[in-house]
Design a protein around this ligand. Structure first.
Ligand code: SAM
Length: 222
């Protein structure tokens, strides 16, 4: 039988550290969080493969390297307050919750959100708050955030998410004119009105559907 703890450590060494992920907080959190608990029943043996996996509703749990890249880029530190848009399986929120003080996570598909909520409870995460709804509007009552991570690609960075960043806060989001291929951007709020943008490279995410994302009329697979 596959030793999943061993596979998890190998994943961190081979897929993350060897590809340039250096943040020890990220590496340790991903050594710690059992990704096999966040995949569909029957997919556990594939949990540490180098790619995304289906989680139902036409959605995916992201490739481990992409999760690490986004969290490292967002510079999440102990004590930070983080917003995670697109809970999906809950895996990225769980990894961030191992590092940050508090994670607020929003998922538009109720069934996915409720499954993620049960996983957080089962694994004892008490610093994650989950809401079902449109994450492009952010979570105004909990703002400002030190970091906002968006795990779905939109046409541009939602203004409401930028407005909910603290000064010095970072938004990491895939954006682009097509629904399934994007540039991964890191946007840092340097003052009340100024934002700096860095392009972290090409990525492929499922579409961000919502008021400040793509419209509801997506292909059936969304
Ligand atoms: N971070 C997730 C994980 O660790 O499993 C992967 C997320 S998956 C690639 C993207 C998720 O974003 C999907 O579950 C999708 O339903 C969700 N999504 C898309 N648009 C959204 C929106 N406006 N608000 C909240 N969730 C959204």
């Amino acid at each position: 039988m596959l030793d999943l703890a061993y596979a998890r450590h190998r994943m961190v060494d081979n897929q993350l550290a060897r590809r340039g992920i250096k943040d020890e907080n990220v590496l340790n959190a991903m050594r710690d969080v059992p990704r096999e608990e966040f995949v569909e029943p029957g997919f556990e043996e594939f949990a540490y493969e180098d790619g995304p996996l289906p989680i139902g509703e036409g959605q995916t749990i992201s490739q481990p390297y992409i999760v690490a890249l986004m969290i490292e880029a967002a510079g999440i530190k102990p004590g930070d307050k983080v917003l995670d848009v697109g809970t999906g399986s809950g895996y990225a929120a769980a990894v961030m919750a191992r590092i940050a003080g508090r994670v607020h996570t929003i998922e538009r598909h109720a069934a996915l959100g409720e499954t993620a909520r049960r996983r957080f409870e089962k694994l004892g995460f008490d610093n994650i708050e989950l809401r079902i709804g449109d994450g492009t509007r952010g979570w105004p009552e909990a703002a400002p955030f030190d970091a906002v991570i968006v795990a779905a690609g939109g046409p541009g960075p939602p203004q409401m998410l930028m407005d909910q960043l603290d000064i010095g806060g970072r938004l990491v989001i895939p954006v682009g004119p097509e629904t399934h291929s994007q540039r991964l951007l890191k946007i840092t709020r340097t003052s009340g009105t100024k934002f700096e943008e860095e392009d972290l490279g090409g990525v492929m995410f499922v579409p961000l559907i919502g008021e400040q994302g793509w419209g509801e009329q997506r292909p059936a697979s969304d």
